[in-house]
Design a protein around this ligand. Sequence first.
Ligand SMILES: Nc1ncnc2c1ncn2[C@@H]1O[C@H](COP(=O)(O)OP(=O)(O)O)[C@@H](O)[C@H]1O
Ligand code: SF4
Ligand SMILES: [Mg+2]
Length: 362
Amino acid sequence: MTDAPNEFGDVPPGCFPPVPGAPPPRRPPAEPEARSASISLVAVDALKKYFPLGHDWSDAARWVRAVDGVTFEIGRAETLGLVGESGCGKSTLGRTLLRLIEPSAGRVSFEGRDITRMRRSELRPLRRRMQIIFQDPHSSFNPRMTIRSALSEPLRIHRLVESRAQETERLETLLRKVGLRGDALDLYPHEFSGGQRQRIGIARALALDPSFIVCDEPLSALDVSIQAQIVNLLLDLQGQLSLSYLFISHDLRVVEYVSDRIAVMYLGRIVEMGPSAELCRRPRHPYTHALLSAIPPLDPNRRRARIVLRGDVPNPVDPPSGCSFHPRCPRAVLDRCGREVPELSDGPPGGEHQVACFYPMD
Ligand SMILES: Nc1ncnc2c1ncn2[C@@H]1O[C@H](COP(=O)(O)OP(=O)(O)O)[C@@H](O)[C@H]1O
Ligand code: SF4
Ligand SMILES: [Mg+2]
């Protein structure tokens, strides 16, 4: 370990167009000004989710600290991208803020109301407006249910249709909205391709007219050639319906493309958050910098030093003291980074770029 900040050498020029090898999506995300990020739809405050793991030899309780004190807001019609390595807590965070998993501590507000301690009956009407799209559209559908049954279930639970004819009309409109033919309703999930199944997953999320959707790695199970189509669809729907997204991915290229802002997660915490173009072009946290340096440049003549992180991601049952990134960080100053926990704090005045690091990059 060094006792002075290291230099990384060549700085990566930023993120790159989405999904190499695929046709580029048709339209870029709307200008940030067109979105009302200032009007918060979802507000997450010091949210924690610890999973119990039994007791150790001394009978002390052990926990997986999957989400360890996370604070952010998402504006109306805004996309916040959430990026980080596998196991850092992204899915747990997405599910906890929808209360599909009960939080251990902290608060989530949706449309200005604290949903954390709401009774199930109070939560039900709000649930309609907060939905999720899963990574694997294959396993998220019951193979023995037709698409009609899968999509009509939420409509019936929320008593939104009164007759079979009304149900059919509503479901056909929904399928057309996601680019499928209305007559697909009586087919089974295995009769569709992976991309079509993900479209049905999106239709299921849209069925109850949500304003907020957690997209949990919605492209990861799809062929590269299909990924751009699904990105296009999500962006088009956002434009038409003013949706807000929490877009989760381990792929910073895609996250930069779809997101207005990006939050970078490491071991249950957000270590950097800011407008996507700025965060990708001028990363301030050494971890973000390392993630960016792993993205191959479009131009092979462009020199870029790849930063190889030491060791593996530490175990969230027993995270390192101080800054949990310190055992892998090339800039760590052990006296401080090994003892004190850096909080997410603002960068230069006037900006929205926050970083949790004692020695951020300029
Ligand atoms: N139900 C659970 N019980 C115990 N540990 C869990 C549970 N769900 C997730 N975890 C653990 O929480 C951590 C975060 O997992 P996850 O949220 O799935 O990460 P990501 O989505 O970033 O890959 C991992 O260490 C994982 O093993
Ligand atoms: S605070 Fe963490 S990320 Fe920042 S220099 Fe120290 S170890 Fe590295
Ligand atoms: Mg996940």
